[in-house]
Design a protein around this ligand. Sequence first.
Ligand code: ZN
Length: 496
Amino acid sequence: MTDFKEFRAYITKMNALASVLEMIDWDNETLAPKESFKQTAVMSSALAGLYHQLISAPELVQMIEDLKKQELRADENAILRLVKKEIEHLREIPQEEYEEYNRLTSVAGSIWAEAKRNNEYSGFAKVLEQLIDLSKKFCKYRGAAGKKAYDLLLDDYEEGFTQKELDLFFDQLKESIVPLLKDIQTKGRKIDTSFLHQPYSVEKQREFCNWLAKYLGFDFDRGVIAESEHPFTTSFHNKNVRITNHFYEDNPMSAIFSLIHETGHALFEMNIADELTQTPAGTQMSMGIHESQSRFYENLLGRSKEFWIPLYGHLQETFPEQLGQVSLDDFADAINVVSADCIRTEADELTYPLHILVRYEIEKAFITEEIDTEKLPKIWNEKYQQYLGITPPDDTKGILQDIHWAGGSFGYFPSYALGSAFGAQMMAHMREVMDVDSILAAGDINVITRYLTAHIHRFGASKSSREILKDMTGEDFNPKYYVEYLENKYRKLYHI
Ligand code: ZN
């Protein structure tokens, strides 16, 4: 008879391989030299093969069968459930095809980077098509339960959410945000942001960001901040959490809000309970809940005037020439300005979900239908015109801007919009149980983090996003909080 310790030792091996694969990704994004990718991909592929062997071994299935008959603690049950889910995910996929997929995602990243650098989409179209085909093939292997391909992919990132439900969610957003954006563009007052777009020393930005990370609760003994093309977060366990940032001399708010966003992810990872870390329940399974936290810090907290009350003085001291004469009110308005632009990662809080809407509709289409990948840039540009009223000047600022599809991550994008909606629902609840504004104004952000840890972070992936929301707010997912929040905030800001 298996005991849980034995099972735990087995998944520690699996977790070690998964973490090494993550470390390679981290290295590829931050420090690895340009010439290294192809040969490193051989390593990734071999390690992924070993991982596949471990997860598809009959021995593991037997252990799970044994343990299912035993009385386990809640955290142990959650680990068991998630390992089972992963087995079901990979079991039907032949090892050679899984290795091929990992090799492909490993090289696709550098093919995408080159295509983006040279503004040559056709260089990427072929590998994207291969990834889509393999992904569809995997869905077929896994589709025995009769689930549709896109539903399977969505479920990988957001358990329990289907295409049908997301169609409803995005329809609601479309109905409300597209006309709201048009109103802002035609009737909204002008908000001055010129003081944010002048030279800000990158060295000073870096210094301020480190100071801000500490204020937010980022623990530098358990975390590292590096630099990469796009800011992101990786975690190997709750005492080794990595975030990256990116600095632009003429746009300090890009680095500041990326830092707040990634620190939101990092706090989640650092606060996962010790019993869960280094297991499948201690990783970021629910992407929506993860994004809810990063966006909670970035937007719901970080873009409020109250958040800046204890911090703005230090920002002014760091940049006296640029901000010395700018009032806190003017600063708080400027960091919330709406501007329809081509780049998702630089988008404001209101237009952001429209960027996601475009990606959602496109990936849903290429997974559920047959679409020539050569045609995608045209579809992309038409949708940008339709929803945001702009057309990207080239593919680098259009379809080539994001790395996700190059990593084979289809079904991932919706989590970003869901995360914002989860966050708004959480905030509506928190405003009922505590005076969020006074807490922020007093510089006590740790009070808020402690509440989020108690209701969200410590559970890692052991609960689904639906369970988290229900247990925290007493209500199932409800997009109305998000739509109401955006309507109220932006109509007030723009006097419309
Ligand atoms: Zn994020």
